[in-house]
Design a protein around this ligand. Sequence first.
Ligand SMILES: *Cc1c(COP(=O)(O)O)cnc(C)c1O
Length: 234
Amino acid sequence: MDLTTAEPLLRDRLARTEERIAAACAAAGRPRTAVTLIAVTKTISAELTALLPQLGVADLAENRPQVLWQKHPQIPNVRWHFIGHLQRNKIERTIPLTALLHSADSPRLLASLNDFGREHNIKVPVLIEFNCSGEAAKSGLPIDDWQTIAEQLATLANLAPRGLMTMAAYGATEAITRKTFAHLRELSLKIQEKTGLTLPELSMGMSEDFESAIAEGSTMIRLGSVLFDGLGTP
Ligand SMILES: *Cc1c(COP(=O)(O)O)cnc(C)c1O
């Protein structure tokens, strides 16, 4: 699909999605500004991705380092989020391009990110990814590891932990999905209590379940297919 055909469709998708986000916020008694829409651009070309800031979307996400490296110089003036598994040997090239890493998913990765922060004299902003759904295939730390992670975070001075991230199980019922999201919220409170950290962000909710996530306190929803299905592959 060429850009002139795709642009009005994309504009319309964004408007309809925005209405759903606003309605979900209103239903939850939360201000619209409490929830950031992050467009997950992994299925669309750099050309289509480049339309997003003009259409008012300033937070974009990729899940593969190479694609982020490629798109980043082409699309300035946005915040890039990284939401996929990050191998430690890709930290050096990826973190400088990333406003927020959502997927810190192992003690080893956290330690390496902290090393990177120390070498560059910065605090690396991260979300800790937990597997709250219990699905074997899902990425993220097991919930039972939370105390160990909390203790580790307290020792890593060059990280800026901002919150937690999770994914609901694929195809789960709405009731189960809401439980998963509620679980992440409760986990965040426990970690904050134990560490004294302030963790304002909950990155949860995708195309299939963002309304449930907003009801459970999500501050960042990561939307791909609801915005881009049918608009073309890279
Ligand atoms: C692809 C992806 C999304 C977006 O998923 P949709 O169901 O297409 O909205 C969100 N989060 C992560 C981690 C992803 O990999």
